[in-house]
Design a protein around this ligand. Structure first.
Ligand SMILES: Nc1ncnc2c1ncn2[C@@H]1O[C@H](COP(=O)(O)OP(=O)(O)OP(=O)(O)O)[C@@H](O)[C@H]1O
Length: 367
């Protein structure tokens, strides 16, 4: 998959323009607050979702204007296609190959990107909730069944937690707990198995990318850590039984706390560099490299599903990385079209092949 050109009018601070992109690497260079991230965001919106900065649609329109228009010409499955999004207030109209679509969701099947933005560093730095969200987000996108089971699991979990609180006041209610345990364990077993399988795939690819970024100096490992032990992903019935046993073991704790203390909602993934937890022992550069490797790995797994490589949008990845790591990101990610922002002159000089776009107060020029 690749972007051929991008056109925008009244989009954030970007001056009306049409740019023709390189099929491999595109460096977006400029000082702070010039519009580099706005340009990546503009491409990202064609994936059908919302702004990766969580902005409302009307915030995408230039402060002084009433509408914005963005247009993408891209190649997917060897076919040249185009998509256009028009924003008026909080209203959005989507056109694919000139045909108006009912909703933005129709873009999802047409165009895909994987984005890295500095907020993704929380994958290493923050608590387990962010890492679970990373796994669940990817799996919900890949498998409808996962999305359904995940939503069911959370409903049942909320109901079980409410019941735990009620039992403290009305102990007779405890007999009704069994049915919630049974359901929680059924859906939970599937979630755990799918997450472990996905984490395994991520691990293999992330190892490969991290060894490239670090010039073979570091080994990255990812391990799924479950509150349910010794799991065989091919035996859902067995996982369910183990989950049920664990729910019974922890019943006293759960009643005391008023919430469920075991299950996939309490699981995590460990991200290890050279065998040590990146969160506790990794340098800034190592943590950034680990997250990048994870995101590149996510893109590889997605490529297998799409049978085509998604476009990579890398926002502000080069800072805190030494020149060898930067060289890998600028010149050695094979087969992907990459858009990468930077604000240091030395960083852009490392680009061996591809296009360089300079952003100055929203005006984009090709150098
Ligand atoms: N709707 C809008 N209309 C006009 N300007 C906007 C709008 N939304 C954001 N901006 C402006 O865009 C600029 C920020 O652009 P952007 O986030 O792309 O910066 P950047 O070049 O990526 O900077 P940095 O290197 O600091 O990350 C800000 O000056 C902001 O005021």
């Amino acid at each position: 998959m690749r972007v051929n050109s991008l056109e925008f009018e009244n989009f954030r601070n970007l001056e009306k323009n049409k740019i023709f992109t390189d099929k491999n690497t595109n460096v977006i260079f400029g000082e702070n607050a010039q519009g580099k991230t706005n340009l990546l965001e503009c491409i990202w919106l064609f994936c059908g979702g919302h702004s990766f900065r969580g902005s409302a649609e009307k915030e995408l329109i230039n402060f002084n204007e009433k509408f914005a228009k963005i247009k993408l010409e891209f190649t997917s499955q060897d076919r040249e296609q185009n998509a256009e999004i028009r924003y008026t207030g909080n209203k959005k109209e989507v056109f694919i190959n000139g045909v108006k679509k009912k909703s933005g969701a129709s873009l999802i099947e047409k165009f895909s990107c994987v984005v890295f933005s500095p907020e993704h560093l929380s994958l290493v730095k923050a608590g387990p909730g962010i890492r679970r969200k990373f796994l669940d987000g990817a799996l919900c996108q890949q498998k409808l069944k996962y999305a359904k089971y995940f939503s069911k699991y959370n409903q049942i979990l909320n109901q079980r937690n409410a019941l735990l609180k009620d039992i403290n006041k009305h102990p007779k209610l405890q007999v009704t707990l069994e049915i919630w345990n049974e359901n929680l364990a059924s859906f939970g077993a599937y979630i755990i198995a799918e997450r472990i399988k996905y984490a395994e795939k991520l691990k293999e690819n992330a190892k490969f990318f991290h060894s490239g970024i670090s010039n073979d100096r570091e080994t990255l490992d990812i391990e799924y850590v479950s509150t349910i032990k010794e799991i065989n992903v091919d035996n859902l019935e067995e996982i369910k039984e183990k989950f049920l046993a664990e729910l019974n073991n922890k019943l006293k704790d759960d009643l005391y706390n008023g919430y469920t203390t075991v299950g996939p909602h309490r699981d995590d993934i460990n991200i290890l560099i050279n065998g040590m937890k990146a969160k506790n022992f990794g340098s800034q550069g190592q943590q950034r490299s680990a997250v990048l490797s994870l995101k590149l790995s996510e893109a590889t797994v997605l490529s297998e599903i799409l049978e085509e490589k998604p476009v990579l949008l890398l926002d502000d990845v080069l800072s805190e990385l030494d020149s060898k790591r930067q060289d890998y990101l600028l010149n050695k990610i094979d087969g992907y079209q990459v858009f990468i922002t930077c604000c240091e002159h030395n960083d852009k000089k490392q680009l061996q092949d591809g296009k360089l776009f300079v952003v100055n107060q929203g005006r984009i020029t090709e150098e």
